[in-house]
Ligand binder design. Structure first.
Ligand SMILES: NC(=O)c1ccc[n+]([C@@H]2O[C@H](COP(=O)([O-])OP(=O)(O)OC[C@H]3O[C@@H](n4cnc5c(N)ncnc54)[C@H](OP(=O)(O)O)[C@@H]3O)[C@@H](O)[C@H]2O)c1
Length: 305
């Protein structure tokens, strides 16, 4: 099968290569899925799990990509509930070969059925950003109607989901980002927008929940804005996200079939809009990722048309 691999962390995006790899076989609890579309988080090449396994040994060459939509082609032992030919989407294991490939072997529990009226590209755009937003707001942040949310990077992949889900839950949402993203953040439903490049956070009053996707000073300043009893949730990597005074909840998104079903249902009935950015193919993904153009929204790789 065709797949993208990376072997050298220092090489960055130019180190990505399109190669032939053996087709994966399903182990216990696994299914094999023919990948139709994959999402990609550009910071993935900085994550330790891209380069080392759970015993901290080199695991390259690695196939990147952790979210996707496709069709089940083979079932391993113990995968009751899924069937060959079924449309699925989901979040792949951080430490296994990923979704920038024609096929993936993945544990059945990481998958959710993809309704027939949802495009594979839409399905592929939802697992990481949708589940991250959902888990940060409702599980870790325990968001209640009437509370206020500071949603950083509100025009980005995670941030746009945070804005929409928080608004739907009855929160007041202050989106942030670069000046150029003001209208996009407001279009996703932010009640107001803070331009971090020119205005910073100095005029933001207290908030009940700050959702950080940026880290560094922005995270520190956000922590100071959280009211007593409130929460700062952060998803930026281990280097940035040391808890501040016990206030920050630093989490990594987990697969959850029920939550994915809730998310895709919202897309179907128009309550949630995806934020798909550039769509490329396996053949031109290396060129796309190496382009100097600013990325906007979730990059999608269409593996089959
Ligand atoms: N722990 C987890 O489970 C988890 C899950 C999902 C994502 N993440 C992490 O969360 C981060 C965001 O992911 P994403 O997919 O939402 O990325 P994204 O689509 O690039 O969104 C981030 C947004 O924030 C903006 N931004 C970043 N730094 C900024 C700054 N200093 N001032 C103003 N705006 C700024 C970006 O603008 P520019 O593009 O112009 O910088 C972009 O609009 C990444 O670091 C990713 O690795 C973690």
């Amino acid at each position: 099968m065709k797949a993208i691999i990376v072997t050298d962390q220092a090489a960055g995006f130019p180190g990505m290569k399109l190669v032939e790899r053996p087709q994966p076989q399903p182990a216990i609890n696994d299914v094999v899925v023919e990948v139709h579309a994959s999402g990609f988080v550009p910071t993935e090449l900085e994550w330790p799990s891209t380069w080392i396994d759970r015993r901290e040994q080199n695991r390259t060459p690695t196939i990147p990509g952790h979210e996707f939509a496709g069709i089940v082609t083979a079932l391993g032992y113990g995968t009751a509930g899924l069937s060959v030919g079924q449309r699925v989407f989901g979040l792949a294991d951080w430490y296994r070969d990923g979704t920038l490939a024609e096929y993936i072997a993945i544990e059945a529990r990481n998958l959710s059925p993809l309704p027939g009226d949802v495009d594979f590209k839409v399905g592929a755009s939802l697992p990481i950003s949708g589940l991250t937003a959902w888990q940060g707001l409702f599980q870790h942040g325990r968001l209640q109607a009437g509370q206020s949310v500071l949603a950083h990077g509100a025009a980005g992949a995670v941030g746009s989901m945070v804005v929409q889900l928080a608004r739907e839950a009855g929160a007041y949402v202050i989106g942030t980002g670069r000046a150029a993203d003001r209208q996009k953040a407001l279009d996703f439903g932010a009640n107001e927008f803070v331009d971090l490049e020119h205005d910073g956070l100095k005029d933001v009053g207290g908030v009940d929940l700050a959702f950080d996707v940026i880290g560094g000073d922005i995270q520190k300043q956000s922590a100071a804005l959280v009211r007593a009893g409130g929460t700062l949730v952060s998803v930026v990597g281990p280097a940035e996200a040391r808890p501040i005074d016990g206030l920050a909840i630093d989490f990594v998104v987990e697969a959850d079939r029920g939550q994915l079903s809730e998310i895709v249902q919202r897309v179907r009935d128009g309550r949630l809009r995806t934020n798909i950015g550039k769509v490329s193919s396996l053949d031109n993904v290396v060129a796309t990722f190496n382009s100097a153009q600013r990325r906007q929204g979730k990059p999608i790789i269409q593996i089959r048309s």
